[in-house]
Ligand binder design. Sequence first.
Ligand code: ASP
Length: 346
Amino acid sequence: MEEQSAVLLIFTGGTISMSEDPATGALRPVDFERLQVLLPELMQIGIRIKSIPFLPLIDSSDVHPVTWEKMALCIEENYDEYDGFVILHGTDTMAYSASALSFMLENLSKPVIFTGAQLPIGSMRSDGKENLLSSIEIAAAKENGHPIVPEVCIFFEDTLFRGNRTTKKNAEHFNAFNSYNYPPLAKAGVHIKYFRSFIHYPDPDSKLKLRLNTNPNIAVLKLFPGISERVIRSILDIDGLRAVVLESFGAGNAPRHQWLFDALKEAIDKDLIIVNRTQCSTGSVEMGRYETSLNLMSAGVISAYDITTEAIVTKLMYLLGEYETTMEVKKWLSVSIAGEMTIQND
Ligand code: ASP
C-alpha cells in the first residue's frame, strides 16, 4: 500500500486564519482544532496534516524579513518529514513573501504553496476553504514518487502561480492575484490540471540550501511626469542606501533631463545599484528601444526585464545580504535565479 502523503500547514495569519467568535462576533485567530471543526473535509482528504502556528498570528502588512527567515527555517526543520508545505498568509504581502522564499530556499525540491482568503475561513462564503483544500492537494501531489510542483507558489481562487511572478491585483474579489508575465502552473476545476512545461524541476542531486541573509537598505522610486530633481536626489542621497528600484514608464523610459542623468550617474559612480523596472504590469523593460531610455542606459542603470516589484525588492534584499561586492550583486541581477524573470536575448 502506498504511504499516506504528509503536508505541514504553517499558519502565519491574515484573514484566512480568522473566524468569527460565535459569542462576540469579533474576528479571532483559528487554531488547528477549530479549523477541523470549520473544515471537516480536512479529515477526509486522505493526507496526514500537521500544523504549526507562528504566534501571534499577524496581518501580513506586519511581515518583515525576519518572518521570511522563520518560515524558511521551519521548512528546513521539517523538510524530510513532509511531502509539501502550505503557508497560510495574509494576501496583502503574500507576493513579497513568496518571492523572498523562492530566493531563500535554494534547490527546493518540494512544493511550498502560499494561500489565503478574502473572507475569514469561518464565514459562510469564505474562499479560504477551497483555497486551503486545493493547496493541500497540490502540496501533496506526486507523479512516479516525485512532487509535481517543487516550487514556491501562490494558489488563489482556481489558479496556481509561480510565487515570484505574482502580484496582488484586487483588494476585494476572490481572484486576488495574477501573474502577468508568466503562465499559470496549474488550474483547479473538477480536476487539478498541471501545466508541466512551465514548472521548474530542480536537479535531483542538489540539496536544499537556506540563504537567510537579507539587507533591507533599498528604496523604490516611482517616476511621474513633473518629478523634481530635489525628490530624486533626496532618495539617491540616503545614507547607507545600497540599491534603488527605479519604476520607469513603458518599456523602461524616463524624462530626458540632464539633471536626471547626472544624478543617476553620480549615484552609480558612488556604488549605488539602480535597477530599471517598468510601471506596467505586463511586458518588459527594453532600454534603447526609445531615446528616452538611452540616458538611463549610459548612466549605468540595470534592466530588471519583466520582473515584478515584489520580486525585485526581495531579490535585491537577498543579493545584498548574501553577496559582498556590488559587482557580484549586479552579476546576479542579470540572471534569473528562481524563474523570476524572462531575459530577452537581443
Ligand atoms: N490585511 C490582511 C492581510 O494581508 C488581508 C488578507 O488577509 O487578505 O493580512
